[in-house]
Design a protein around this ligand. Sequence first.
Ligand code: SF4
Length: 222
Amino acid sequence: MIEKQPFDIANAIDRIREVMRQFPKAALFELADEGYRSPFEQLIACIISIRTRDETTLPVARRLFERARTPDEVRCLTLTELETLIAQCTFPESKAHQIHAIACRVVQEHQGNLGCDADVLLSFKGVGFKCTNLVLGIACNQPRISVDIHVHRITNRWGYVGTRTPEETMVALESKVPRLNWVEINELLVPFGKHICTGKLPRCSTCPVIDSCQQIGVDAHR
Ligand code: SF4
């Protein structure tokens, strides 16, 4: 068996960043590049993205934002209009209710402006740490680590953390990753998990961090 190098997170991030240049960005980062980077837009896009592929999230979010992109504009849509606009994502009916309720609360309780307050974001029904930290990281430039299923799976395979849930992974990563890289961890590992360190049969033979990854739990790979 080949002896592995100690896991150097800064070096791993550098190598993964280089390789990921050839792949599309994760949906919320792409939308931010297109100008949809307010906390409200990022939150709504994150809700749309839940259990929805990026290839669907992007056109659905763009379609909604072309019609309504502020809390007041979304509040003025009927639930039927909203559900029709986001019909291609998963659970459009429940997401339309959720998005409409958030828009109404932002207008009524925050003068139509969703700021950068974690407690406010987490107070919305169905919004957890994953979306809250993405919003605060992308829209508010706060150092936050958003842990989705890709970040959780990959950092455990590396042997860099040994955790059972995304929440545990978030806490573990916050104690080990330099703050400078907190937002970028999600930005890089989501596409890395889609294209290289995939759930089944990861592409270990061409992986840029094979020399230090412990491949924990990887029984078969390409
Ligand atoms: S070596 Fe394999 S398991 Fe480890 S990060 Fe790369 S693709 Fe994932």
